[in-house]
Write a protein that binds this ligand. Sequence first.
Ligand code: NAD
Ligand code: USQ
Length: 387
Amino acid sequence: MKVIVLGADGYLGWPLALRLSARGHEVVGVDNLFTRTTVENSGSSSAIPIPPPESRIEAARNIHGFDIKFIKEDITKPGFLRELIEKEKPDAVVDFAEQRSAPYSMKGENEKVHTIVNNLVGTIRLIEAVKSVDPSIHILKMGTMGEYGTPNFDIPESPFVQAIIGGKQDRIITPKKAGSIYHYSKVFDTYIFLFENEVSNITATDIMQGPVYGTRTSEIIHESLHTRFDFDETWGTVVNRFCVEAVIGTPLTPYGKGGQTRGFLSLEDSMEALTLLLENPPKPGEYRVANQFTEIYSIRQIADMVKNAAEALGLKVSIQQVENPRIEAEQHYYNPEIKLLPSLGFKPKRRMEDELKSMIKDLLPYKERISQYSHVILPKTKWRTKR
Ligand code: NAD
Ligand code: USQ
């Protein structure tokens, strides 16, 4: 299979380029290096240093014999995706190329506008490009579990649900309630996909993925092959942040009550799931939703697990509740359905409890490097502007 991976320089994009190559697929990666540059310009850095894209590709060739093509370009540039898809004629296009940080999207007007424009324009350009070349090309679109929010009902894995409103029944789009402008950009992406599937028969898998954690996949076997690992208040996700906090000896930072509950998965399991979805595409013209996570935990449970894992490795760890910078439920019901991946034979390989130790071990050699950036850990980006 030939796969174009949009966002191939990112946390998930680079390991997926490696995984698909390992499975014998041909990979063309695209990225405008937005995350790399924005993180560096904000005074932070990847906890584990990452070589420039060309050097990583060279390392993948030398170590694994992979031949990954890479193009540095912005996918929102008019005509770019159309020409690329016309030239490469891929079987599938994976779309990771979005501004993916909730705190970034809540910093101010410019960041809100950038998030919406970048993410939605990218989505429309991709759909139009695929439509014009061949609508049966499978678009594997990365959405997020955060599109659903934390409703007081079981979250279905389905684009539509039956609802009774004012005594009348109808089929409606599965209710969504996002928690940031970023998460809303993913909701709008979903609406665009649903609509375009109706009017033009595009073929897509819309993945509702929970937060991913981890430093390694089976292919990341040398330091020159590492993927980025963010930990600052804007770009770090919760499990990865807690591991870094444990390594550099600052208190773990559960926001508010810490009862916020999400569906998590390891980087390795994310790669497994994505590969499975690519190798088992929907029928031409079908739009399907995949909820993607392996274990459900509250933030408080994760803090305790990270503390235990780090203490087993001889580190001293404390947990210090931080005032929640976000507007979100801190105690809530959470029960999402997950059917598609198990039906394709997906079996999680990594449990968070075990993975945390290997993450901390991977981070320990960089303790001094990360300690220089300890000032970027505490949250500064606040959601609330209402008095
Ligand atoms: P990331 O920021 O590391 O990767 C995204 C990549 O896309 C970056 O390298 C960035 O430079 C690139 N990009 C952004 N806009 C672009 C554009 N206009 N043109 C070309 N490249 C562009 O993020 P990630 O963690 O790898 O996330 C990948 C995708 O998965 C995102 O869509 C994100 O919303 C989604 N997701 C991530 C997680 C997670 O926990 N990391 C969980 C669920 C969903
Ligand atoms: N949190 C803490 N302490 C921290 C950091 C975060 O308690 O130090 C809490 C947050 O308040 C939130 C939860 O942890 O309740 C998750 O936050 P996060 O930063 O790990 O994840 P989020 O902002 O939701 O975004 C990440 C990715 C995003 C992806 C999303 C999946 O950055 O791209 O879409 O996870 S999901 O959460 O399912 O929407």
